[in-house]
Design a protein around this ligand. Structure first.
Ligand SMILES: NC(=O)C1=CN([C@@H]2O[C@H](COP(=O)(O)OP(=O)(O)OC[C@H]3O[C@@H](n4cnc5c(N)ncnc54)[C@H](O)[C@@H]3O)[C@@H](O)[C@H]2O)C=CC1
Ligand SMILES: CCCCCC(=O)/C=C/C=C\C=C\C=C\[C@@H](O)[C@@H](O)CCCC(=O)O
Length: 229
């Protein structure tokens, strides 16, 4: 049986999403309020998850936001949040420390490899997620801990994040140039299910440890090729 914990800083949205899922999955889905920028909150959340279900197998390290008006906060949420969650999750998942191994999938972005002058801090945070993922996955200790790591690099996806920036009409400066953002947001977007499909494939395909998956409307998902030095 698959048991899922949804963890998010937005308790109202998290609770309503969990209730929706409960109509199909009954008590197999639980919500825990969590702020990934706060070490104690992350420890508390993953500790409760482990206590409730006995083990952690799959982590979707997905929290993120665009807020060029707060570049340091952007790095703290989008990059440090990913590293913070991965570090605590590892303490439960490591096969050499009583865990069962598993997989951590971090959400990066196309903007982690393709620069955008509109959101330099966001791009930097997502480049960092890619570098963290690839470096973590090449560690020879994998044979001991048995935890794989991948990242997802989607182009624009039709989600509340994009709509949220559009709704603000640039008032809070979440991007540097609102008109350019609106132009880009009017181009074809991915459906969230396209990203979820790649997520599932990574969980099921053990040969892809370390892959950074590019997901765009232009073609099928692919493993990004990086220069070798
Ligand atoms: N929508 C897009 O075009 C793309 C989004 N992404 C990334 O996908 C991920 C998911 O974003 P979307 O679903 O698009 O946006 P979203 O805004 O719908 O989801 C982001 C979630 O992160 C949560 N969150 C924000 N701060 C948090 C914190 N401190 N602790 C815990 N949770 C927090 C929000 O409450 C929200 O539920 C993000 O990392 C985003 O950067 C990547 C590529 C494209
Ligand atoms: C603006 C970033 C959106 C954040 C969502 C995400 O993670 C991935 C998005 C993928 C592509 C977004 C491209 C957006 C570009 C425009 O905002 C602008 O920077 C384009 C500038 C280049 C141009 O003039 O064509």
């Amino acid at each position: 049986m698959q048991l899922v914990i949804i963890a998010d800083i937005d308790a109202a949205k998290g609770t309503s999403t969990t209730s929706e899922l409960a109509t199909e999955y009954a008590d197999n889905v639980t919500f825990i309020e969590c702020d990934v920028t706060n070490q104690e909150s992350v420890e508390d959340t993953l500790g409760k998850a482990k206590d409730t279900y006995g083990r952690l197998d799959i982590i979707s390290n997905n929290a993120g936001a665009m807020m060029e008006n707060d570049p340091i906060g952007t790095i703290n949420l989008n990059l440090c949040g990913v590293i913070r969650v991965a570090a605590v999750a590892m303490s439960y998942m490591r096969a050499d420390k009583g865990g069962s191994g598993g997989i951590i999938i971090n959400t990066a972005s196309l903007t982690g490899v393709k620069p955008s002058y509109n959101c330099p801090a966001y791009c930097a945070s997502k480049s960092g997620v890619i570098g963290f993922t690839r470096s973590f996955a090449m560690n020879p200790d994998f044979d001991l801990h048995k935890v794989r790591m991948n990242c997802l690099c989607p182009g624009m996806v039709d989600t509340p994040m994009i709509q949220g920036v559009l709704d603000e009409d640039g008032k809070e400066g979440r991007v540097l140039n609102f008109d350019r953002f609106r132009y880009a947001a009017n181009l074809p977007q991915l459906k969230p299910s396209a990203v979820a499909d790649v997520f599932i494939d990574l969980v099921e395909n053990e040969s892809k440890n370390g892959a950074a998956m590019l997901i765009t409307v232009e073609g099928p998902p692919r493993d990004i090729e990086f220069p070798i030095y």
